[in-house]
Design a binder for this molecule. Structure first.
Ligand code: FMN
Length: 216
């Protein structure tokens, strides 16, 4: 009986210690997007049928992961959930160029913000960091316009839009003399991921400071 009592007591004390240490020092596994942790989540999402845009997404993920406290999630647009969106601190969206613009799948993803995820009218993506990337078969056949239309959707949602890699984001020319993604284009993707994670670190630090001021 005494042994049972002692074991129960030890279990109770361990549970209390676990709880208080996680409250006092912050849980390092706490959900990103949560204003009580330094960790931040970068969601990288894209459409890709023949693998080029998916490869750029991998480069972007590598760049983002090079920054401390970044939790990086990479998914096709068709599989993104409302929770994926709202728990993220930064969102990087990529599309192949289809007829000089973003692919229909990526446009549907943005349209779903309203119809499926209920982003508007509360502007639930407000103050999250946003960026774009694209791949296109031709040198000047719509990559920049594709990135700009992605950025326009983000701006309309009051996100904090940044570039990196190239002037409007990272892009690659995938057909012609050098098919696929070459080293320079992959490095551009890595640079975009790194820049977005760096800016998100600053935004998150400001948000944490504000939250602590409001609830000292
Ligand atoms: C329906 C369709 C339309 C396309 N239109 C363009 C275009 O207007 N400009 C361009 O540069 N490439 C265009 N492409 C080529 C793709 O953008 C290019 O191959 C891209 O890298 C494919 O990306 P993925 O491998 O991630 O699917 C088109 C491809 C398809 C299938």
């Amino acid at each position: 009986m005494t042994t049972v009592f002692r074991s129960s007591f030890i279990l109770l004390v361990s549970a209390i210690l676990c709880l208080t240490s996680s409250l006092a020092f912050g849980d390092t596994e706490a959900a990103p997007g949560d204003e009580s942790t330094d960790h931040f989540k970068v969601l990288i999402t894209y459409h890709s049928l023949t693998g080029n845009t998916a490869k750029m997404a991998q480069g972007i993920a590598e760049g983002a992961r090079s920054i401390d406290n970044a939790v990086v999630v990479v998914k096709p647009v068709a599989t993104v959930t409302a929770d994926d969106l709202f728990s993220s601190d930064a969102l990087i969206v990529g599309s192949p160029v289809y007829w000089s613009n973003m692919a229909g799948e990526v446009k549907t993803f943005f349209d779903n913000w309203q119809f499926k995820f209920g982003v508007y009218p509360e502007f639930k993506m407000r103050n999250k960091v946003g960026a774009a990337f694209s791949t296109g078969g031709g040198v000047s056949n719509g990559k920049e316009l594709t990135m700009l239309t992605i950025l326009a959707a983000m701006l309309g949602n009051q996100m904090i839009v940044v570039s990196g890699g190239g002037a409007f984001g990272a892009s690659a020319t995938t057909e012609g003399e050098r098919p696929g993604i070459d080293e320079r284009e992959y490095a551009e993707a890595q640079a975009l991921g790194q820049r977005v994670a760096e800016v998100t670190t600053l935004v998150k630090a400001g948000q944490l400071r504000q939250a602590r001021k409001a609830n000292p």
